[in-house]
Ligand binder design. Structure first.
Ligand SMILES: *Cc1c(COP(=O)(O)O)cnc(C)c1O
Length: 386
């Protein structure tokens, strides 16, 4: 590790030395960073860089499922394969499942993806999904937490290696390439880093990548201040950071599910983010003198219009939350206009992919109900997982 010496190639394996897999594959996946003019002028920022990590080939972003989850999926499956593992299982609210379905298809590596039925309409790929993709749908559910629980039980019952969430090094280091690309393009660290968070893994990844860049001694700049955005009225990371409210993942927390139902940036609806654990989101915020922002649906809608109007690229709701948070941070005096900012646009969904590709829906491989979580019922699925 040590030295920061990006390879001469046009994808995330430019940073192969700092990623877990030892060998790269051909891929369009990778981070893109460019300097904003129009949004920067509108906000009055001297130096605003946009990390555009969805799909917008006009900006150099060619991620096939339209979000930075592509940075995570491909290195993870390559790493699993190198370690001799035969399959992976994970839960997703949508974007992660798309990214893993794509990587599973490209690498022909079996991936069991557990998703709530409510997310089914966003499960598509710009290529034909292969048999390696095993989509497990929980009927009549919109709840990501139920998917997490079912994935955990199936993993134990049938011995399928779990993806690992924030503990997955390939995931964190894949996501951290957004900051590495900024360092490569700009030659130093940004003073501020702005991202919408659900689990907060992307933010932990940004912090860790910045630490490594500083340790390399080759990239100047202080540790970037993290500005993390969530969507009110469901903002557990914001509430934990600003008010000390403990993370309470269970369904019986009064009003929690109803609040989740009200947010438009639903990829951020993670009820159990790694906040208090060592090396988690809380530590990342403390170490970087960071801050959190809760933005409303209305603020997100306004921010998405502003971004599309100024930068010419449509963005998703989560990325809209980041743009809104940038506005809040400026208005609240949390950054000054002459400090450099990396605004992480984590995704733009299918907006431009639909223009360039036919999108293929991913068909369910198995449909379950929440009561199938009972141990005796799970055992009955043995045939399917044999
Ligand atoms: C997953 C996701 C996020 C949040 O990332 P975390 O690492 O879970 O905090 C933000 N934006 C988009 C588009 C995502 O898919």
């Amino acid at each position: 590790m040590g030295e920061f010496r990006p390879h001469d190639r046009n994808d995330l394996f430019r940073f192969l030395d700092w990623l877990p897999p030892s060998r790269a594959v051909e891929t369009p996946i990778g981070p893109a960073v460019y300097r904003s003019e129009r949004l920067a002028a509108r906000l009055g920022l001297d130096e605003l860089y946009v990390g555009l990590n969805g799909y917008a080939p006009e900006r150099g972003a060619r991620n096939p499922t339209g979000s930075f989850k592509d940075f995570e999926a491909l290195p993870t499956l390559l790493d699993f394969r190198e370690r001799g593992l035969k399959a992976i299982i994970l839960a997703s609210a949508g974007n992660t499942a798309r990214a893993f379905a794509h990587a599973a298809t490209v690498l022909d590596f079996p991936a069991y993806l557990v998703v709530p039925e409510g997310m089914l309409d966003r499960l598509w790929l710009p290529i034909h999904p292969s048999d390696a993709v095993r989509l497990i749908v929980i009927d009549e559910s919109r709840d990501y937490a139920a998917a997490i629980e079912l994935a955990a039980r199936l993993s134990v019952q049938f011995g399928i290696p779990p993806e690992g969430g924030a503990r997955n090094v390939a995931r964190r280091e894949g996501m951290g390439t957004a900051v590495l690309e900024h360092a490569r393009v700009v030659g130093r660290l940004p003073r501020h880093y702005v991202q919408a968070v659900g689990s907060g893994t992307g933010a932990i990844a940004a912090w860790e990548a910045a630490l490594r860049l500083r340790q390399s001694g080759q990239v100047p700049g202080e540790l970037p201040v993290l500005h993390l955005a969530q969507n009110a009225p469901f903002a557990p990371i914001h509430d934990a950071w600003t008010r000390g409210t403990p993370i309470r993942p269970h369904e019986d927390v009064p009003g929690q599910l109803a609040r989740i139902d009200r947010i438009t940036a639903d990829v951020l609806a993670n009820r159990n983010p790694p906040f208090a654990v060592g090396g988690g989101v809380g530590d990342a915020l403390r170490a970087t003198d960071g801050t959190t922002h809760a933005v409303t649906n209305e603020e997100i809608a306004v921010a998405r219009r502003l971004f599309e109007e100024t930068e010419g690229i449509p963005i998703g709701t989560a990325a809209g939350a980041a743009v809104a948070a940038l506005g809040q941070a400026l208005a609240g005096g949390r950054m000054s206009r002459d400090e450099s900012v990396l605004l992480h646009i984590t995704g733009n969904d299918d907006a431009l992919l639909r223009r360039d590709y036919a999108l293929h829906p991913i068909q369910p491989w198995l449909r379950l109900r929440t009561d199938d979580l009972a141990p005796e019922r799970i055992a009955r699925l043995a045939d399917r997982f044999a």
